[in-house]
Write a protein that binds this ligand. Structure first.
Ligand SMILES: C[S@@+](CC[C@H](N)C(=O)[O-])C[C@H]1O[C@@H](n2cnc3c(N)ncnc32)[C@H](O)[C@@H]1O
Length: 276
């Protein structure tokens, strides 16, 4: 199996659409007529879910004429949210075919297909011409990519001069190796965490200027505490996408992330940078 296939295999269940439809029905939502709000607990495949996507949007200046790139777009929750919020176009690219199929299906149900599109492909060799996009973002993806120089270089290539890149990532903390499985990798063999310092120097080496930088560890701990309090009261937590992705493995991967955060083995970071 190639590395790409190992990673796509980690995310592929063959049951994603059925699980999503069942989860929506359980929420009292008709799966044929979902809304962006109803999908939010399920279609944001990154730490803190919609809370993080909202914060990303609040830090962006996007016009309706802009065309954004979502690198590692999952089932498209962030892409649909940003297209709806700003009236812009968004193109997502993702390695996992099942995610792209479900992303297109949901986008069609929401009537957003004229502005939101998904390509199955590798972020290291994107089928887009140079200087095509006004801005790019990537949420919880680079942990699957060993060659960060190639990733940042490829994003830099497809951005217009002055274009921005917003990253929301899980970085390697100072306290050593994580326990696997995690949401992004079954074993350490397909997990490629960079330290915050390596992330910054990698972005600068690719030609980006870092304009904003945030360590979101406390936000992640607070989000986890609020979610646990809801569960203890018998309510659903706000972020349930890991159960769509990983089914029965969900509790174990979430516990490994929580332990990694508490023990300083991972540091969630948000970075905003710009192509000169
Ligand atoms: C944790 S999910 C995040 C999905 C999405 N960004 C979100 O926040 O909902 C990681 C995603 O990265 C994708 N991915 C990993 N390596 C990739 C690569 N080399 N090229 C494109 N997508 C990749 C996976 O298929 C998966 O959909």
């Amino acid at each position: 199996m190639t590395d790409d296939a190992t990673i796509a295999d980690h995310y592929t269940s063959g049951q994603l659409l059925e699980r999503l439809e069942a989860a929506l029905r359980d929420d009292g939502v008709d799966p044929k007529r979902p809304t962006i709000e109803a999908l939010a607990p399920h279609d944001q495949f990154h730490g803190r879910g919609m809370e993080a996507t909202l914060e990303l949007a609040e830090g962006l200046e996007v016009s309706a004429e802009d065309h954004l790139l979502d690198v590692g777009s999952g089932i498209g929750g962030p892409a649909r949210f940003l297209a709806d919020r700003f009236g812009c176009r968004v193109t997502g690219i993702d390695l996992t075919r099942e995610f792209c199929d479900v992303a297109r299906h949901i986008t069609g149900l929401l009537g957003l297909e004229s502005r939101v599109a998904f390509e199955q492909g590798n972020a290291l060799a994107m089928p887009f011409e140079a200087a095509r996009f006004d801005g790019a973002y990537s949420m919880n993806v680079s942990m699957n990519i060993a060659d960060k120089a190639a990733l940042y270089g490829e994003i830099h290539r497809v951005l217009k001069p002055g274009g921005w890149l917003a990253l929301s990532e899980v970085a390697q903390g100072p306290a050593g190796a994580l326990t696997y499985p995690t949401p992004w990798a079954r074993t350490a063999d397909s997990s490629f965490l960079s330290t915050p310092e390596e992330t910054r120097s990698g972005l600068e080496a690719a030609g980006f200027t870092v304009e904003r930088w945030r360590d979101t560890k406390q936000a992640a701990l607070d989000f986890g505490a609020r979610s646990r309090a809801l569960v203890e009261r018998g309510e659903k937590p706000p972020h349930r996408s890991v159960f769509l992705m990983h089914g029965a493995l969900g509790p174990e991967v979430m516990a490994n992330v929580a332990r990694g955060l508490n023990e300083d083995k991972i540091i969630p970071i948000e970075v905003f940078c710009r192509k000169a």
